[in-house]
Design a protein around this ligand. Sequence first.
Ligand code: MTE
Ligand code: MO
Length: 251
Amino acid sequence: MEPIVPDPPVFPVEDRPVGRRVVLGMLGLGGLGVLFGAKVQSGMAAFLSPLTRNDRTGLTSLLPSSDRFRIYSVTESMPSRTDAQYRLVVDGAVDQSLELDLADLRDRLPQTNLTRDFQCVTGWRVADVPWRGVKLADLLATVGVAPDATHVRFYSFDGVYTETLTLEQAQRDDVLVAHEMLGGPVTQPHGGPVRLYVAPMYGYKSLKWLDRIEVVRALDAPTDPGYWENLGYDTDAWVGESNGLDDAPTA
Ligand SMILES: Nc1nc2c(c(=O)[nH]1)N[C@H]1C(S)=C(S)[C@@H](COP(=O)(O)O)O[C@H]1N2
Ligand SMILES: [Mo]
């Protein structure tokens, strides 16, 4: 098979220092948009959509299945918040906005444990990762979602990365506001103190360094529908469905 994929140097390599270039590698050419600005990004999107889909087989078969996380950040350096500084705002189309600290998330709200695979759309997968945190559905029930709300938007304190889910997706039992993964606190490189974990979808949905959850009545520019979505990836990022070639993870 002749995979039409980016050359190895632009593909993420394990253990490379975290930074822009690592993530540029995730999309190959798509990363150029980040360097050259929004105009190029939008031009790339149409080009990347078929590329990422058609090349899935080649991409996947080229990857070693080393069962390890790659650390990604679209910003030059990883943002940092101490546990004491950390706050999560839940607001928007809700009855009662909330600002939570880590103790609220860890000790005062109902806890959910999940063990699921984590799979990046570029092909690597880590099997059976334990996660712990507050079900997003429980948080949404706590704030009270407006009857005409349609989506939930997520913001990272890296200041750049965003994600969205439909309200229905956000209320699934396997979507967590996670403060533990891999048996301990979510580390800074993995998006700590708190990240999103969207079990049934590709890793780009699992936004790191989560600091705001906004319930919205519609997705508005300029941040819709999310960072990688704006570069051509599916908004509904179901593992095994959004590109049609992977196996869905087993529960
Ligand atoms: N803020 C932020 N969240 C992010 C990313 C990112 O670059 N920045 N990368 C996404 C992608 S593409 C994947 S596969 C996972 C990777 O998680 P990890 O860095 O813990 O391995 O994080 C997702 N969440
Ligand atoms: Mo990813």
